[in-house]
Structures are given as structure tokens and as C-alpha cells.
Ligand binder design. Structure first.
Ligand code: SF4
Ligand code: SF4
Length: 440
């Protein structure tokens, strides 16, 4: 089977209807700095004309194979556009949606403005809401502050509560930074106790503008003091994984673990960062400017404006295809030979500013952390992929680990095995323990 052409792959356009404008002043918001891209008197609000052009063109740009079209709104803080704007979004989507295609919306927000009216609207229209939350108060409020400098956790957890009451589907976007990375279990268990079932970890990597990385430079000299360090990230992901794999498989969904399972099961990654190529996740600004990626909103990666050239043409251009394939063609040799390349794929090119062990440029800053993480989870992922491929739930791995742990504890106390050889396997497969998990 031949691979589909670049322009026939599913396209994602992340909308920034209010540009970088936000009601908070989070220390590491990379987007606030984008205000300098546009004139000082810019209005920053997406007009009705641009919104309709975006919705119509985005739907038209989807290949026939795409059954569900995903709209995503981010900022800045998109709720500053007000509820009327999003009511208009839904109205225009209905007008432009072709028969047989489903439309789905997601909204990334800090949650501050989510009152009952917002939550009722989001629930009624099945929005998926991403809430930015970095852990308990001493961790979250370290960097996520309002313009007066006050912490925001109380207002964010109130929003989470309201979303739950209105049965709005939501997930947590949790930035992993220098401060909270050393507390993976506190962060993870806090989110779990808050009722979060879907978690996306976003590592914070901020370059120091005037620092040129060198091969002999320690990682902390290359980035801001808020940025997570490679070793910290690896230990953080491993810490969360070890708790999750023993307690929460099938109950809590952590994007990094889902992506890894996809890779081990042979399905590949859907997230651009772990995919072989990227380039099909573009970003649209409030005025209709389309950029190669949310992380490359800069003049060099401006594809054009949708009022002059349709989204399909801009996003399907040879220039954008090259942007996407360069993720693979610019990989350093050490990645090409890496045993976890199939799961990692060299990560996002934006942060490939570190040096390989043999002193060559182009390695991702967080490589050692991800490598430690992927190596650590490999045996568990192999076991889970085997369960899934055999048509059984991946939760079997959790039961096996628990049984092993119990056995170890009993052996240490000089007691016999908790599960007899001929007893039903604790993984729930329905087979005897001796022919199931006991063998693995
Ligand atoms: S773990 Fe490191 S060396 Fe391996 S593919 Fe990822 S970035 Fe490259
Ligand atoms: S540049 Fe990075 S964030 Fe952007 S699409 Fe590629 S991998 Fe994803």
C-alpha cells in the first residue's frame, strides 16, 4: 500500500482567536511574547469574517477519509472572546459541515472565567476542555499567577468542580517545570484525587535568548531557571509511570503512556512530537495568518493569510511538507541508531539545540530524560502490547505486577505464594496462573 500524499493526511489547525492575550501572567507562557509580532494597536480579536473563512476552509481542507473534524481553540486565553463568539463558532460549523462528518471542539483554558453559563454551554455542545494545572498549590502557584501576582490554583480547582457538575469532558494539561518535576507523585496523585482522568504532561523548555549552547555546556546553562532538566523529566515520567502501571491502567489516561503503547503495539504515534514526520498541525492567528506550527509562530514560518490563499493550499504546500519531513531528515546519527527511535522519533525539532555525546549539534535538549523513560517502560509496554494484541485488556499487566509484588513481600516474610499455580490468574484472563502471568 502506498502512503497517502502529504496534502491527503488529516490536517489540524489550532486557532488562536485572541492571539496571545491572556488574563493571567504565567511566568513561562511562551505565547505572551508573540505580541511583538503584530502592531502595538492590534485589536487581537478574530473577526466574524475571519472566523467564517477559517471554519469553511478548514472543513473543506479535510480529506474524505477524515470522519470527525477537530476544532481546537487556544490562546492566549480563548474564553476572553466571550460566549457569543463560541456560540457563533457552533452555528458556523453547523452551516459548513458536510453531511456524514462529525464536528468536535476542544478548548484550552486556564479556567478562570469558567462560570456556570460557560460550563453549561461547553457541556451542551460536547466541548473537550483542557485545563492548565500544574499540581497542588505550592507547585501550581509558583509560576501560574494572575496579573496582581496572586496564585490561581483555588480558581482553577473551582472550575474543575464546575466542569464535573456540568458533565463536561476535560483533561489536565500539566506543565513539568524545574519546580514540580521533583514531585511526580504529589502532582499525579493530586490530579487523580481531583477527578482528572486524562493527563497531558508538557515539559517546559525555554531557551535563554542570548546563550548559544556549546557541546561542553551543562544543560542548566542552556535554558531558563524554570525549564525542566533532562534528568528531572526522566525521573518524573518514570515516577508517575510506576504508580500508574500498578494502580491506574484503564482508569487514568496519560498521553505519554498512550503514545508509547501505540508505538510498542506497532500503531505509531498520533502526537506530532513522537511521530516520524510532522507538519499537519498548523496554527492560525486572529487575523487569518497561518503558521507552520503553534511552536513556530514567527515570520520565517508564516505560510500566508487565509483571506488571500485557502488553508488547503497553504497547509498542503511543498514548503510545509518540507517542514514536516525535516523532523526526520535532520535527525542526528545518534537518534538514527537509538533503540527507542520507533517510540521517540527524536522529539520536537524546536528543542533540538543540545549536543550528542560525540559533540555533534541537533540533539533534543531532553533526550537523556526521554531515553531513560522509554528504556524503563519497555518491558511493561511489551507486556501491555502483547495483551492488547491478544485481544485482552492492558490492565492485565497491572494485576501481574501487583501479584509479583505481593509474592515478593510474602517470600521476604517466608510465606508461600499468594496465588497457587492452578488458581485463576489475577490478571483476569480466565486462564490458570501457571500458564499465564506466572510464565512472564
Ligand atoms: S531517545 Fe534521544 S537518541 Fe533516542 S531517538 Fe529520542 S532524542 Fe534521539
Ligand atoms: S515542530 Fe514540534 S510541535 Fe510543531 S508539529 Fe513538529 S513536532 Fe509538533
Amino acid at each position: 500500500m502506498t502512503a497517502p500524499a502529504f496534502s491527503q493526511l488529516g490536517l489540524h489547525v489550532l486557532a488562536k482567536p485572541i492571539g496571545p492575550i491572556c488574563n493571567l501572567d504565567c511566568a513561562y507562557c511562551f505565547y505572551l511574547r508573540k505580541q511583538s509580532l503584530y502592531p502595538a494597536d492590534e485589536s487581537w480579536r478574530m473577526s466574524d469574517e475571519t472566523l467564517e473563512a477559517y471554519i469553511g476552509q478548514y472543513i473543506a481542507a479535510q480529506p474524505d477519509s477524515v470522519e470527525e473534524i477537530d476544532f481546537a481553540f487556544q490562546g492566549g486565553e480563548p474564553t476572553l472572546m466571550g460566549l457569543d463568539f463560541f456560540a457563533r463558532v457552533v452555528e458556523l460549523q453547523k452551516q459548513h459541515a458536510p453531511p456524514g462528518r462529525r464536528i468536535h471542539n476542544s478548548l484550552q483554558t486556564n479556567g478562570i472565567l469558567l462560570d456556570d453559563a460557560w460550563c453549561e454551554f461547553l457541556g451542551r455542545h460536547n466541548f473537550l476542555v483542557g485545563i492548565s494545572i500544574d499540581g497542588p498549590a505550592d507547585l501550581h502557584d509558583k509560576y501560574r499567577r494572575d496579573k496582581k501576582g496572586d496564585g490561581t490554583l483555588g480558581r482553577v480547582t473551582a472550575a474543575v468542580q464546575r466542569l464535573s457538575e456540568h458533565r463536561v469532558e476535560f483533561n489536565a494539561l500539566t506543565c513539568i517545570n524545574r519546580h514540580n518535576a521533583d514531585h511526580p507523585l504529589r502532582v499525579y496523585r493530586f490530579l487523580r484525587e481531583l477527578g482528572v482522568r486524562f493527563i497531558q504532561f508538557i515539559p517546559i523548555v525555554e531557551r535563554c535568548g542570548d546563550v548559544r549552547p556549546r557541546a561542553d555546556m551543562p544543560p542548566e546553562a542552556m535554558v531558563s531557571e524554570r525549564s525542566v532538566l533532562p534528568g528531572q523529566l526522566g525521573a518524573c515520567l518514570i515516577g508517575v509511570f510506576d504508580d500508574w502501571v500498578r494502580n491506574d491502567v484503564g482508569r487514568i489516561f496519560v498521553r505519554d503512556f498512550d503514545q508509547a503503547l501505540g508505538a510498542w503495539a506497532g500503531a505509531g504515534a498520533s502526537l506530532c512530537v513522537h511521530a516520524k514526520h510532522c507538519g499537519r498541525a498548523t496554527a492560525i492567528e486572529h487575523n487569518g495568518d497561518l503558521y507552520s506550527c503553534d511552536h513556530y509562530v514567527d515570520p520565517a514560518h508564516l505560510l500566508g493569510n487565509i483571506h488571500q490563499t485557502p488553508i488547503a493550499e497553504l497547509a498542503g504546500s511543498a514548503r510545509q511538507e518540507q517542514f514536516g519531513t525535516e523532523k526526520e531528515t535532520t535527525l542526528p546519527e545518534v537518534c538514527r541508531r537509538c533503540e527507542v527511535l520507533f517510540a521517540c522519533n527524536g522529539l520536537c525539532p524546536k528543542d533540538r539545540f543540545a549536543y550528542t555525546p560525540d559533540g555533534r549539534p541537533g540533539l533534543h535538549f531532553l533526550c537523556p530524560g526521554y531515553k531513560a523513560f522509554f528504556s524503563h517502560i519497555a518491558p511493561h509496554m511489551r507486556a501491555m502490547a502483547a495483551e492488547v494484541q491478544a485481544g485482552r485488556p492492558a490492565t492485565g499487566v497491572m494485576h501481574r505486577l501487583r501479584a509479583e509484588q505481593q509474592d515478593k513481600q510474602q517470600a521476604a516474610r517466608g510465606e508461600p505464594r499468594s496465588v497457587g499455580r492452578n488458581a485463576p490468574c489475577p490478571c483476569g484472563s480466565g486462564r490458570k496462573f501457571k500458564v499465564c502471568c506466572m510464565r512472564r
